[in-house]
Design a protein around this ligand. Sequence first.
Ligand SMILES: [Fe+2]
Ligand SMILES: [Fe+2]
Length: 318
Amino acid sequence: MVLPDTHVGYIGDTPTYSLGAWDIAMQALAHRAERLTHLVFLGDFGNWESCSHWASLRAEQCFIEEDVALVNARLAEVEAIAAANGIQVVFCEGNHEAWAGQMEAKYPMLRDTINLRRRLLFKERGWTWVPENHFWAIGDAHFTHGHLRGVKGPRDMVRITGASVIYGHTHRYRTESSRNLTGEHAAWELGCLASFDPPPPYAKGALPDQWVHGFGFVQVRSNGRFQVSFRRVIDEAWTELEDGTELRVRPKAVARRYAEDQAIRDRLRAEYGERFYHPGGQVVRTEPHHGKVSKRGEVSPVARTRRARIVRTLPGSQ
Ligand SMILES: [Fe+2]
Ligand SMILES: [Fe+2]
């Protein structure tokens, strides 16, 4: 089974993952668990707002501990099913996970504090970590996150790798194949489980109109040839597996996970204090000095823009 970009996390109080689509993915995992050998995460499993270099010091940016705890809670859910059924778990690092590495490179003293592979207990869980832009392969099928230079779609992926690749990153569902002297190769983008209503800030203003919820199953034969199937999750509420099983979202399970997430966030906020620049906090505001006033009572615009004074200060700052 293949789980694409989930973007677990919150921006303010808005979840960045689809709790409905996640519930259906977990039902599908439990339903097929006995027949599965591997579970592959395609990356961006967490949204990692805390490590985002796009969101640096934005009002809603949360603490790293919050992201780590939320992601670990969802991974524990997967682990319970995977461990009970002997499913091997492979985790491709996405560009959102790679933000943590970039933060460590910028602030080396944080190296052991952030280290996601360690904080997400990969050693203890016995899971495989595939670094960003690396590939994990079984038979002829290659898996990666897909944040590769020059790759704008499946055709580019086949052209650049010369192999068959299943990847995420774009949050779309697309596939293309191409035959050449080395045989037939195809690439698949397997959608996402991320929330796209409202559009998240990492979409950087682009309309996520082609994003689609879903997950995949890959059957690999002993000669390496394989079959991919994508199961779309419609309206964050239902899907149907190939065996005809209909899966519907369980509102109680969604509410339980949401409450669990809020409990994690409340506990950590109590421990680490409120977020930076909480809307209820003090504001430093500047106001222009009045410049020279003419005889007619007009204020010189140059003086207005060049000089300012602080009219209100944070308590304790002089
Ligand atoms: Fe993503
Ligand atoms: Fe990505």
